[in-house]
Design a protein around this ligand. Sequence first.
Ligand code: NDP
Length: 452
Amino acid sequence: MNSYVAGLLNNLKEQNPGEEVFIQAATEIFNSLAPLIEREEKYTKHRILERITVPERSLSFRVVYTNDRGEPCVHTGYRVEFNSALGPYKGGLRFHPSVNMGVLKFLGFEQIFKNSLTGVNIGGGKGGANFDPKGKSDGEIMRFCQAFMLELHRLISENTDVPAGDIGVGGREIGYLYGAYKKITRRFDGALTGKGLAWGGSLARTQATGYGSVYFAQEMLAKKSEALRGKICAISGAGNVAIYTVEKLYQLEAKPVTISDSTGFIYDPDGIDLALLKKLKEELRVSLAEYTKERKNAKFTPVSEYPKGRNGVWSVKCDAAFPSATQNELSLEDAKTLYANGCRLVCEGANMPSTLAAIDFMLAQKDFLFGPAKAANAGGVATSGLEMMQNAQLESWSFEEVDGRLHEIMRHIFRTSYETSKEFGDEGNLVLGSNIAGFRKVADAMIDQGYV
Ligand code: NDP
């Protein structure tokens, strides 16, 4: 990192105290951008790094709903509108007790470059609330979503800011949010994506992030004349991204053997039972501990039994790993364990699941393939972009049409990231390639649009 970029990073740390994950995301980007910034003087002249690290707008607001006992419950809601150089702000809503402004700034910042890579005209944003949907009744979820939208509706519309789901926000929550949006604004438009199929949603949106991540892994392997067929795969998470990663892996004849949630992880040597996983997580919404009741060969390891500071999933022997739960769930030690056990591919389905030290280690192994989140999990937002196109044209495309476009977008993202890594003298370093390719397009648009 050159001294100008290092100085900027120091300033960023001072100006954003306590926002460690945001600083972590910025550090990764700044590390990658150094060769571009040195080569192209215009980015320094126009102060792009200084501008791009400050959200265009961010809002936090009070959300009060009434629980089933009639008591008021108070939470904080947020929306970070980070960058609109390429299009309307686009990025999901996360409902999780760990949500705060720093977490959403990290996610919104990453989203800028990810969205740029998709080739769809969308800017970057993120939002959510420090609300835990777990253990809440349907009525409580609905009232929370309505209370949240009471404020959020002021920011969003089909061509200003278009949220979608993320951790804790799936089809059910998007439905309640959309109902409230419609009631408050009297508009039926594409202000949210991930909608139900009967009311403007897109086929294949539910599957898109998981499928996209596997398509990306396929591209990485194809470059080495390899395929997923027959590969043992470890997956973390048991939510939207993990479920459809498992589904696509089976379609490509790989064997997924782990899944995890916040209570522990499952190792199923016979291969994860996809129907059971969907039942437990999409219908019943219960802990993965329930999985072993129906699958006798499978083992559930509770979080309390993980090695200290480690993620138990990554101790399972595998050929390929798909972290698909949350940020910083794969540490340096985990990366070393995976490698020692023969794993040669990590493809990030979650946002920033690997620590900076883990990424450095994986990039340093010449026989290792690493697919960074910004590129590998962009299929979800890309398909949200396809949902926006269908809404604008009042059309509904078939599953095959959307899935085909998703697949082509993932190929395009891989090619762009790979070619850019080559251009900057580090062929195959997809962290460098995706960061530079994503950044360059946004930065050039910001220069075109003047100092705003
Ligand atoms: P879901 O809420 O559907 O699932 C999240 C899963 O991860 C759950 O199994 C959850 O367990 C587990 N999990 C969440 N936080 C933790 C934690 N702190 N420790 C252990 N396990 C945890 O979310 P998604 O599948 O939608 O999102 C997963 C990741 O993918 C996130 O990083 C998200 O930002 C990213 N992503 C999602 C996209 C999408 O389209 N949905 C698009 C691009 C990225 P439990 O159920 O017990 O809480």
